[in-house]
Design a protein around this ligand. Sequence first.
Ligand code: ARG
Length: 260
Amino acid sequence: MRKFSVVLAALLVFGLMLGAAGCGGGDGGQESDEAEVPTEIVVGSDAAYAPMEYVEDGEVLGFDADLIRAIGEHVGIDVKVKHVDWDGIFAALESGDIDCIISSMTITEDRLKEVDFSDPYFEATQIIAVKEGSDIEGLVDLVGKPVGVQQNTTGHFAVEEVEGMDDGDIKKYPTTPDALINLTNGLVKAVVADAPVVFNYIKHNPEAGIVTVTDDFEVENYGIAIKKGRQGLVDKINEGLKLVKEDGTYDEIYEKYIGE
Ligand code: ARG
């Protein structure tokens, strides 16, 4: 019996020593957080944005969802993509509810103050959607008319910058399809939004009678947003993005969702 307790005590002491040395718990240092690369990430996407992100049978699909899953596969990170409303998407990143955002999010100066971005992965511009026969030929013609936008998107910001535009005429919707539906039913006279999503809407809703008008909009670059202070994850995502571009996976995904 006595021998047994001595062995037990020795084991206990040994165990305590292991615990204190932090064995099995990473290197425990403060500076490791920045560089740390998780083996599993949860990615948020406002999945009312076909063909870039949409929900089918409870799963988030689309260009962005396939891209981030492919990136994960190439660098050994298990990726879960979940829908998060655009309105709450930065808050979800901040709170740690999600590790990244892939949501056709344009890299902007203002956003760079709040979050980090991966390298750019997609180029797009804004476009003005109007009803057939509309006399709107460019941004200046929006003044004095109700214009729909998805709140807090670059389309919204572009309309705010139109000289003489009254904020009361800017109708802010939680999703881009909401804005386009209200153009279809005549509640707004135009919608300014990302071109790929507007073209997809027109393709799938030919009876809506929507056509597009351009202006000299800047080229925007989409990036994957990551909470500041996670450089290891940013680097890993950039590495994966480079790999999917190099081996043709990116082109396959592009072909599947965007085509020509
Ligand atoms: N590119 C625009 C922006 O960054 C709109 C993105 C909206 N994305 C979405 N999934 N609803 O502001």
